[in-house]
Design a protein around this ligand. Structure first.
Ligand code: 13P
Length: 254
């Protein structure tokens, strides 16, 4: 694989400051130089823990990211929002945009997701843009049309060149937090479809693009998922909250 795998932990709204410290310390202790050379580990804690986690990560190869950002570039009167520039300031290199929970629970449209993607890049962050179909959509045979619309909304708005500094995460909604993982073949099919969409616009960018899988990734299923040609790592929720489990997933990629 020419693409260095990325294993990202999306903590979501979980953990206390003390638990976060324990988790970070255990991950630091568990990651080896060889592992860090072979794959990138990224932690995405809640906003308020970012400065603390940045401090605990000093001198480690583990990267820091955020779970969301404002759709507006720069600064201004946007109560409650956090800008990409602020995330950079506290040491983030990456940011998740368009997670299905943001889309479903907080009404984020494709247009908002595209705006966040551009705001992230304007601030020098690598956006990890999430796409994925619901169970109803899959059962209705709409997986490709849903993914196609979600990917196109960002590619058409930001331009394909923007994907030389971006990551896509395929997260089937039915597999998130359900214990029901897409099979490696099911995931690979969608990953190849996503890469093909980007390749139709720019083959070189598509070849270098990391496409992560997310949805009930565990130590036990990570290896078979990461063995697929177009799966370049994982976006991990629940299993990223346990150091031993997350390290096992990381080792499956590294
Ligand atoms: P789980 O790994 O808990 O299924 O969550 C996946 C996810 O949503 C990561 O962003």
């Amino acid at each position: 694989m020419t693409r260095k795998p990325l294993i990202a932990g999306n903590w979501k709204m979980n953990g206390s400051l003390a638990e976060s410290r324990q988790l970070v310390d255990a991950l630091r202790a568990g990651i080896t130089a060889g592992g860090a050379a072979a794959a990138t580990m990224l932690l995405c804690p809640p906003f308020v823990y970012l400065p603390a986690v940045q401090g605990w990560l000093q001198g480690s190869p583990i990267a820091l990211g955020a779970q969301d950002l404002a759709d507006k570039p720069g600064s201004g009167a946007y109560t409650g929002e956090v800008s990409g520039q602020m995330l950079r300031e506290v040491g983030c290199s990456h940011v998740i945009v368009g997670h299905s929970e943001r889309r479903a629970l907080y009404g984020e449209t494709d247009a908002v997701v595209a705006a966040k993607f551009k705001a992230a890049q304007a601030a020098g962050l690598v956006p990890i843009v999430c796409v994925g179909e619901t169970l109803e959509q899959r059962e209705a045979g709409q997986t490709r049309s849903v993914i196609s619309a979600q990917v196109a909304a960002v590619v058409d708005s930001a331009g394909v060149q923007a994907f030389s500094k971006a990551v896509i995460a395929y997260e089937p909604v039915w597999a998130i937090g359900t214990g029901r993982t897409a099979t490696p073949d099911q995931a690979q099919e969608v990953h190849a479809f996503i890469r093909g969409m980007v390749a139709a616009r720019d083959a070189t960018i598509a070849a270098g693009l990391r496409v992560l899988y997310g949805g009930s990734v565990k130590g036990a299923n990570a290896r078979s998922l990461f063995a697929m040609a177009d799966i370049d790592g994982g976006l991990v929720g629940g299993a990223s909250l346990t150091a031993a489990e997350f390290l096992e997933i990381f080792r499956a990629a590294a």
